[in-house]
Write a protein that binds this ligand. Sequence first.
Ligand code: CP
Length: 326
Amino acid sequence: MITGLRGRDLISDLDFSKEEVETVLDVAFDMKMKRALGQPHAYLRDKTLGMLFFFSSTRTRTSFEAGMAQLGGHAAFIESKSTQISHGDTEKEIGEILGRYFDGIAIRHVDWGIGNRYLNLVASASRSPILNMQCDYYHPHQCLADLMTIWEKKGRNLRGKKIVVSWAYAASYAKPISVPQSLILQMPRFGLDVTLAHPPEFELMPEIMDQAREQARKYKTGFEVVDSMEEGFKDADIVYAKSWGPLVTTEGADEIKKVTQKYESWITDERKMALAKDDAIYMHPLPADRNIEVTDGVMDGPHSVVFDEAENRLHAQKAVMALTMA
Ligand code: CP
């Protein structure tokens, strides 16, 4: 087991090595067991986490907050608009000052072209670790919970198994591309063959694609891109289908809406799920546009593991916090 994560940031999925991710998940399973048994596990007594949000959240906020309390510490919810950031507090000032108050700073900032840069600038000024609660490029804590859930459902030996990371249509808003980017970076390291399915306008960042292909080469796993949901779902062991915006190729709210509307047929439904393996699991980080992005029948059906996936956010994040903030 590789330890020594104290003081480390988690901003990109590749900030932790494969062995360090394994350590995180081993600790996460221990945390999950201890909680199930009602055993105290106050590894962060008297420690504090500052949670700075530039965007709304249900799961991320509540799981980090509950996790800190269960670890014996305290999490402070800070909404950017209630701070002086809009009146001039810089990234350096936030890093320097909050880094002195808190033992860890968790940030959600998903604005395209801004969020990841913001987190890295805060990190370079902070003496405390920076934890990425989702930026425009990555959602690493979601991805850790996803991998934990896949291990629970499919075992740790994933070699030869197929995950399809598919775009899906949604009408609500242009969602960040961070979840699919995290998945294609992390999953090859654990033996999964990755199929990325999306319409042409919904490509991911070229540099992330290069890094994902490099991971697939290094770990000798498959990596392919297809432009059909049906082709992607075929014989998949894991279906991970969610919406994201055409942020890499398209600018302007009207144009984004026009491009997105062309692909209303990209819904995860029972017919498409039947193309996957009989024992395939359906995953989604939530929130989803029900009956637009995915049918109720799939979301609430026998293949769906979305609630276990959401629960595992708590355990995976507690493991990261205990290892980095102790
Ligand atoms: N999956 C996820 O990050 O959920 P929230 O946006 O509700 O935090």
